[in-house]
Design a protein around this ligand. Structure first.
Ligand SMILES: [Zn+2]
Length: 163
C-alpha cells in the first residue's frame, strides 16, 4: 500500500507531466520558446524584469504581478544565471498551472514599492516551498529548466533590467 505522502507526490508528478505535454514544446526548447508559449496561453502581455534590490524585501526571489493589462514577473538578481532563470521558471510554472486563476493570489501592493494599488500576485520567497502549489510549481520549474538546459536565459530577447 502506498503512503498518503506517496500518493501526493504521484499526483504532483502527473500534474507536472501533463502541463509539460500541454505546452507542446517537445523535449528541448529555448527560454524564448517557453516565454512565447506562456504568453500565448495567457493571451496578454508578459514582461520579465530583473529588479536588483527585490531580494532585500524579506528574501523575495520573484513575484508574478497580474495587472489589468499584463502579466509582470519581477525577479531578484543572482550571480548565477541558472538561479535567476529558476526564479522566473517558478513563476511561469504558477502561470501554466493556473495558480492565480481563482482567489489563490493575494494583493501584494503593500509588500513592494511602486506597485499599483490592489494588484494581485504571487510571491516566491526562499522559505516558502512547502505547500502543494509551491511544490508543484518548483517541480514544473525543474522540468522546464531541464528542457532549456543551459544559459539560454542570459541570451533571451525578453529579459529586461531595471537600472
Ligand atoms: Zn511559488
Amino acid at each position: 500500500m502506498r503512503s498518503k505522502e506517496g500518493e501526493h507526490s504521484v499526483n504532483i508528478e502527473l500534474t507536472v507531466t501533463t502541463a509539460v505535454a500541454d505546452l507542446a514544446l517537445g523535449g528541448i526548447f529555448t527560454f524564448d520558446d517557453l516565454f512565447d508559449a506562456v504568453r500565448e496561453r495567457r493571451q496578454r502581455r508578459l514582461r520579465v524584469v530583473e529588479l536588483a534590490d527585490l531580494g532585500d524585501h524579506d528574501g523575495i526571489c520573484a513575484v508574478w504581478l497580474i495587472t489589468d493589462a499584463e502579466d509582470f514577473i519581477l525577479h531578484a538578481h543572482s550571480d548565477s544565471v541558472l538561479h535567476r532563470q529558476q526564479f522566473v521558471l517558478h513563476e511561469f510554472a504558477h502561470m501554466i498551472l493556473g495558480h492565480c486563476d481563482g482567489d489563490e493570489c493575494s494583493e501584494v501592493d503593500a509588500l513592494l514599492p511602486d506597485i499599483p494599488p490592489h494588484t494581485r500576485g504571487r510571491l516566491l520567497r526562499r522559505q516558502d516551498l512547502d505547500s502543494d502549489t509551491e511544490v508543484a510549481a518548483e517541480s514544473l520549474a525543474d522540468r522546464l529548466a531541464a528542457g532549456i538546459r543551459g544559459s539560454a536565459f542570459a541570451e533571451s530577447r525578453y529579459s529586461e533590467i531595471f537600472a
